[in-house]
Write a protein that binds this ligand. Sequence first.
Ligand code: ATP
Length: 224
Amino acid sequence: MNQLRLLLLGPPGAGKGTQTSKLLAQFPQLKAISSGDILRQHIKNGTRIGTLTAQFIKQGKLVPNELITKLVFKHLSTLNDGWILDGFPRTLIQAQNLSQYLNPLGKDINLVIELDVPESVILSRIEERWVHLQSGRTYNDTYNAPKTPGVDDITGEPLVRRSDDNKLAMQTRIREYKATIAPLRQFYKNKGLLSVISGDSSDEIYPLLLDTVLEVSRAQETQI
Ligand code: ATP
């Protein structure tokens, strides 16, 4: 049976990572790829890709299409069916390339969910965000604080602030998002794959997201 291949879209700080974690907790057979997490790992490990991309990320600018596309394809090729993509594709050209890569394999994206969260909410959230670089787990001082401040609940390793979670980089990230989302949205709308979910908090959004995933997978006879 066909498996779920979900793309999450949404502005920076909309909670794509949080929603992904919730889905993974509920459906442990799914795997997730976050392009931002992959890049941050490279930076942490001091690889050539990390060196090439660190400045783009710090400034909130998109990294070159070719570089990120190759990187994500490499990770995708290691996965079996049944996955969530977060952060890639985020330009029309990336979406077209991904489709050209997956279509012949019979494994193209079969659901796209856009998280629609007000800008005021995402800006305030970003300032309180902490991440565990190894896993991509995120915490928030108000909504989802770690059990011990500054420490990952699962591994006990230190949490860090992202180099791009500051006002200036955030403005650039939001600008980049607004400049690229319309054609991407249209691309997936034309394929009949796009659902939009609006809300202010992940507690509000997750049940709606889950309903959408379950409904679409029933309709498409897709296994989760
Ligand atoms: P959040 O993680 O808060 O939802 P975001 O979507 O801005 O916000 P990431 O997806 O983690 O964050 O991306 C962080 C940075 O990594 C981007 O600002 C960009 O520099 C780079 N990046 C990640 N994915 C891509 C991509 N598909 N194309 C180009 N650059 C990317």
